[in-house]
Design a protein around this ligand. Structure first.
Ligand code: HPA
Ligand code: ZN
Length: 361
């Protein structure tokens, strides 16, 4: 209750007493670009480490924080990716993997995410303990199915190939993705160092899954230039691009994205921490919106970046001048770009239009 109401005065303009954060938190949201391995609660990591005797000098979460989360690190892409290396040690058992998958959906629900596509690299979950890619995928699917029932977040999964994988492993990950379609796997992603490992090597793998009906998204145009975005679209058949912010450096690539209706999964805080932009006000998101690109706003790695989707909306509002109406449109764009069958995609977009008051606009 505000001060005025406490003193018995008539409270004027009550809408002004609702903070911007609360307003953004209350929005029903879509996150298309969120890594399971970047969505681990520190408390859970500490508990897993203790239960399984993972050798750490301390199990205190404040000790763990700088290993997992970007704190005062100098912005750097490789330093950002290194955070994932430590995390690989925590996928110790089936129970641990199921727990982190379940909690990732719970945390999305707490942020009012209503539709989530969660991605993970099955090699990262499997390798330390010698699990098979197939079994870790089965565990994640089962945990996510349970979580979506418990928390009411519609959740689908995307399997991720690291750019540093050999072609046989990449092709096998594609097979695993196709084999788990009935359990909620809807797409395939390419991630890792785009400056060192070209996407074109994986063209056949991605074209194959696309023909089989899986969605294709590729991390590109983040630390690499616009040509990498062109390659992802033209050679791999990407319908969505992870980040893609550097596409605007080349007007032909911008035109290609518009012609092909490609959706860009923008993750603002991640871009700052990987050094793609030095300051939020320099971020190209407002330009991308002005160019009529299909833009969505996402978290990438909530734990590594210490962020939520509400935080990302707050950042684009306060630091980039993006309006609430524009944010709502990005949410509808995200629903339209979800890797679901066309009917479900349309229904989801319609639901969000109604929910966000954008009907007929
Ligand atoms: N870029 C490339 N690979 C990644 C990223 C990213 O931002 N996050 C996790 N893997
Ligand atoms: Zn990512």
């Amino acid at each position: 209750m505000g001060n005025a109401a406490m003193h018995g005065e008539k409270e004027e303009r009550p809408e002004l007493s609702i903070s911007l954060r609360a307003q953004l938190h209350a929005l029903s949201k879509v996150d298309l670009h969120r890594h399971l391995e970047g969505s681990l609660r520190l408390q859970t990591l500490a508990e897993i480490a203790q239960e399984h005797g993972i050798d750490l000098p301390s199990y205190d979460i404040e000790y763990l924080r700088p290993f997992v989360t970007v704190t005062d690190d100098e912005p750097d892409f490789h330093r950002f990716l290194q955070k994932f290396q430590l995390l690989r040690r925590f996928y110790t058992t089936q129970a641990a993997i199921e727990r982190v998958a379940y909690e990732a959906v719970a945390d999305a629900a707490a942020d009012n995410v209503k539709y989530l596509e969660l991605r993970f690299n099955p090699v990262a979950l499997a390798r330390a303990q010698g699990f098979s890619l197939d079994e870790v995928t089965t565990w994640v699917c089962a945990a996510v199915a349970r979580a979506q029932r418990d928390f009411g977040v519609r959740t689908n999964l995307i399997l991720q190939i690291g750019r540093d994988e050999d072609l046989d492993t990449a092709s096998y990950i594609a097979d695993v993705a196709l084999a788990h379609r009935s359990e909620g796997v809807v797409g395939l992603d390419l991630a890792g160092d785009e400056a060192r490992y070209p996407a074109r090597c994986f063209a056949a793998v991605f074209q194959r899954v696309r023909q089989e009906g899986l969605g294709v998204t590729v991390h590109a145009g983040e630390v690499g230039g616009a040509e990498n975005v062109r390659e992802a679209v033209e050679l791999l058949g990407a319908q969505r691009i992870g980040h893609g912010v550097r596409a605007i450096e080349n007007s032909e690539v911008v035109q290609l994205l518009r012609d092909c209706g490609v959706t860009l999964e923008v993750c603002p805080t991640s871009n700052l921490q990987t050094g793609v932009v030095r300051r939020f006000w320099q971020h190209p998101l407002p330009d991308m919106l002005a160019l009529n690109l299909r833009v969505t706003i996402n978290t990438d790695d909530p734990s590594i970046s210490d962020t939520t989707l509400t935080d990302e909306y707050l950042t684009v509002t306060l630091a980039m001048g993006v309006t609430l109406e524009q944010i709502k449109r990005t949410i509808v764009t995200a629903a339209e770009s979800s890797f679901q069958p066309p009917d479900e995609r349309r229904r989801l977009a319609e639901w969000f239009r109604k929910e966000l008051g954008l009907e007929g606009r």
